[in-house]
Design a protein around this ligand. Structure first.
Ligand code: TTP
Ligand code: MG
Length: 369
């Protein structure tokens, strides 16, 4: 045991949207399930949000166009369902609440994933962490009825990569002394922030694996990728990540989303709902003493297609009126581009500032949206 080391977990729910469809309709179990985002242009246009593991056997995965999914699953008794975000959000909230009871601190990283710092309650022991995971799995199975996969490591970076190793319903524990051996053979794009372009650029430098990357002089990385990324790649490839697990509220954005009483294209009607959401956001901003520099909206249309738009302000603001004006402008612009009616709306603020928040965190630097 290494007393200095943190014990950090990443919990990622298995085939989340599809698993929840199985949860509320157990007769679906044993069939390939595809949860799709229908764009509505034709009956089959749209893409796969996720699929259960049976469907994945036929190479039907997130992002695949639905018509291809249909083709690959022809004659397989596959079930196609539309995304029901409200339901998933509701179950997600319940899961997060249970998980929070197992953590010193918990940071939700998506609708189906969360980082848990369990250093204190495991006294820094990875053996105890493993037992804790088993206990968590039982609790969530019993109280919610779903499975998840977990990565345990000395930091968020290692925990995240480890969580992907044994899916579904898996646990992968990487102790501090195992980090280098664990990361070394993995392709560079296992690291957050290494996208297609970076993969190509690194390949040109002869870097294919995280191990290759870790052996490159940091100065060379800074020259090739700039200071922030160069140093990040250097640290990450060596398994170094000091980012804390941040409790909710230190989130990157604060937002609200909800379904309208009726579908509409009327901006005044939309803004009535948005103003309620702004009130809630404003309360949260005030308690946390945050200024924001970005206002965003999202809209889900009657065909369930979704759009988000954001506007970056010239300078930080902290008032309600700024959110209202920017949101209204964004909705007006967006409605001018579509003929569809809006079904759900949301508003959010981001790019926060407050003295101690000036220093940006790297994972937030990379997280989309
Ligand atoms: P993931 O955790 O990436 O995927 P998953 O939970 O379906 O499967 P896994 O067992 O591999 O963890 O994403 C969580 C949910 O987010 C997923 O259930 C559906 C949604 N999602 C999309 O809508 N579109 C996408 O492209 C991806 C990747 C996920
Ligand atoms: Mg998942």
């Amino acid at each position: 045991m290494s007393p200095q080391s943190r014990v950090v977990m990443l919990v990622d729910l298995d085939y989340f949207f599809a698993q929840l469809e199985e949860l509320r309709n157990p007769t679906l179990k044993g069939k390939p399930i595809v949860v799709g985002m229908y764009s509505g242009r034709t009956e089959e246009s749209g893409a796969v949000s996720t699929s259960n593991y049976l469907a994945r056997k036929f190479n039907v995965k997130s992002g695949l166009p639905l018509f291809l999914a249909k083709k690959r699953l022809e004659g397989k008794e596959a079930v196609f369902l539309p995304v029901d975000y409200d339901y998933y959000q509701q179950v997600s909230n319940k899961i997060m609440k249970v998980l929070r009871g197992f953590a010193d601190s918990l940071e939700q990283a998506g609708i189906d994933e969360a980082y848990l710092d369990v250093t204190r309650r495991t006294q820094g022991s990875f053996e105890k962490a493993q037992l804790l995971v088993e206990e968590m799995k039982r609790a969530i199975k019993q109280q919610v009825g779903v499975t998840f996969s977990v990565g345990v490591g000395p930091n968020k970076l290692v925990a995240k990569i480890a969580s992907d190793m044994h899916k579904p319903d898996g646990v992968t524990v990487i102790r501090p002394e195992e980090v280098k051996t664990f990361l070394s053979p993995l392709p560079v794009d296992s690291l957050l922030g290494v996208g297609k372009k970076t993969v190509v650029k690194m390949a040109e430098m002869g870097i294919k694996t995280i191990g290759d990357l870790s052996r490159i002089d940091v100065q060379r990385l800074v020259e090739a990728f700039g200071k922030i990324l160069g140093i990040y790649f250097y640290n990450a490839s060596n398994g170094v990540d000091n980012e804390p697990v941040q409790e909710a509220g230190e989130a990157e954005s604060i937002g609200r989303m909800g379904t309208l009483k009726e579908n509409t294209r009327d901006v005044d009607f939309i803004m009535q709902r948005i103003d309620q959401q702004i009130d809630e956001i404003f309360t949260e901003l005030t308690t946390k003493d945050l200024s924001f520099r970005q206002v965003g909206i999202s809209a889900v249309m009657t065909d369930l297609s979704g759009k988000s738009r954001a506007k970056t302000l010239d300078r930080p603001a902290k008032d309600r009126e700024t959110i209202h004006k920017a949101a209204r402008e964004l909705f007006e612009k967006y409605l001018a581009e579509t003929d569809l009616e809006i079904r759900r709306v949301g508003v959010r603020v981001a790019m926060f500032s407050r003295e101690e928040r000036q220093q940006r965190q790297l994972t937030s630097f990379f997280s989309p949206g």
